[in-house]
Ligand binder design. Sequence first.
Ligand code: F55
Length: 785
Amino acid sequence: MDNFAAYQATAYSVRDRLIDNWNSTQQYHSSKDPKRVYYLSLEFLIGRTLDNALLNLNVKPNYQKALTDVGFRLEDFIHEEVDAALGNGGLGRLAACFMDSLATLDYPAWGYGIRYTYGIFQQKIVDGYQTEYPDYWLTFGNPWEIERLDVTYEVNFRGYVEKYTDDEGVDRYTWEGGEKVVAVAYDYPIPGFGTKNCINIRLWSSKPKREFDFAQFNEGNYDKSVEEQKAAENITSVLYPNDNHLVGKVLRLKQQFFFVCATLQDVIRRFKKAARPWSEFPEQVAIQLNDTHPTLGIVELQRILVDEENLSWDEAWDIVTKTYSYTNHTVLPEALEKWSVPLIQDLLPRHMMIIFDINLFFLQEVEKKFPNDRDKLRRMSIIQEGNPQYVRMAHLAAIGSHKVNGVAELHSELVRTTIFSDFVEFYGAEKFTNVTNGVTPRRWLHQANPWLSDLITQKLGGTQWLKDLSQLSKIKAYATDAAFQKAWMETKHKNKVRLAEYIKQTLGISVNTEALFDVQCKRLHEYKRQFMNILGVIHRYERLKSLSAAERQKIVPHVVIFSGKAAPGYYIAKLIIKLINNVAEVINQDPEISPYLQLIFIPNYSVSIAEILIPASDISQHISTAGTEASGTSNMKFVLNGGLILGTVDGANIEIGEEVGDENIFFFGTLTPQVEDIRHEQMYRSLTLEPRLEKVVHSIQNNNYGDSIIFEPLLATLRTDYYLLSKDFGPYLDSMDKVDVAFKDRAGWAKKSITAAASMGKFSSDRSIQEYALRIWNAKPVTVE
Ligand code: F55
């Protein structure tokens, strides 16, 4: 039996255990019929399941023993599993962490999403450039899903709307005709840690209503006979690979409606099992929208209640708004979803009518409260005027929900004061709240970093801390204990060796595991400023070159690691990847400098690579222009694993700083309130670059890192410098120098690392989920017996 067969055999055995717990959970929930929480997300970035399931079910030692008895080692084949990569980045991974917490905290919750046939593309680096390959992750079947051919719903597109008058003389509408496809459910059991509760992520796959058009086939139209079938299957074939940038493609809108339509039918079927009046729907059902992507669910529920269940508009709207709540993940204008009115009209004619009505009634209320303010009406309207008109999904989501939340304190404040300021005035501030993100300590510490997890468990005398992360603070008492510091830093070193082995295997480069590991891994985006980081690396390289051999000895050696994907159509982001790889080529082949500086780009960043990368870092960079990164969640994972942050005063960095203390985080850069002023200033005078930056740019232009002509468009971004690289470059370099000074003091560093990690209790996704349950969903845990 080869490793893959061993993996499959083990996976199918674990799957059986999952299904047992999952069945008892569903049965128990059916009998108690508590309020359910539904987390609607176009993305679930789960990663691998085997190790996580073994740990959460608490059967890993048993399996290890059983496998040893038959001559196998789990470590040898656990990496055979392919990632479930049905997400872009932070938003999709947050959904996955939330499912782990919902299960662990015993909530009767469901995740709903799409079972993409192709997940996020695979990235290869060819000649320094990103190239994309399809992620067909289902080649060898998938032990972690249960196909539910018994759970299917029809989804309709296009067609026409018919008007009639009901018995009471009220105008009513029906949506008729159209193109019908079928949604088939695939269930993914999600086990809680240390509980029997095992919840479900239900992902929909599209298939044709008729497998095959025989009429066409018999007439010899072979192509036509499969056309309809292909079109139906296309809906769920591929995840759109854009993060924080919208592309208004029809297929994407189809995905969104397909998914919410099937989901609502499923939710309503469950609600109708008990004979309750519709007015009790919001007491039984809470629906959380993960960004605006599932916002059509608001319109679809209104349509079902009014058109199919014959409720009055107002009764229906009251139910809808009490049911939904919406999480905003960005204030960047280019990321806010807008769909053109003609597009929606064509695909979903009845929904477009309902959106216009929602808008009309809403604007009437605004007009009542703020009479004669035309500009306010224009700003607040769901419809952006123009040719064509657009539907602003964030407005629709906010109007159709009872709560809107941002994902970190600063971000929620920006949500209140920028994109939704008029809405705060209209609804009052209570509707707009904050729930700071979190990450699951089960995957991101216990699973990814077993050495550190064991050390903590030893010190705390048990694993209770994994269900109550605030208990980590007890570790602070040992922050200056020499023996504990030694054990702590030994785990870090082991993780650096593990990463070095991975780098050796994949890239053939041997890195110095005694060096400071400096990591920036995240989606490539101008606002995240990987460009500033690589410019800083060039500066460091050229400074090292100018030093004598003796002087170099005094410098802290760095291994700088980048990883991350660029959206395939994002030209500038792809150029940044090319620049990183060109610079790596120069530095790594310079034997004078390699002992002091190495530069690695790890291809195809994924959840599984993050699990190796994060535990190995000494410093990680979270250096977005202030006010642009809503939260960040990898920042939390790094600190939880004993890494320190070099970061800007942005997103959740700020709250991490509050918890760990100023001496345990390296902050630099412009603050949010100054960003706009500086942009304004920069517009009115031609920008002179920070001198050290200027030098680096010249060096690139002198072809020191390959033919500079290809980098012209990238360098040109520094002329307007929207993301303030030049402004922040000096403070960034200075801050990096402070890191080096701190790193030289080994005991001092260990103290920082321990204290920071021990301060991370707040950033468990368990805390986030408890806040949602209490302040937004009004949902209670149910202990499965
Ligand atoms: C994906 C698709 C579209 Cl159309 C738009 C955005 C995305 C996406 O991936 N967004 C995303 O990942 N946002 C991130 O969400 C995280 C979780 O809240 C935040 O931590 C992070 O700051 C934010 O950028």
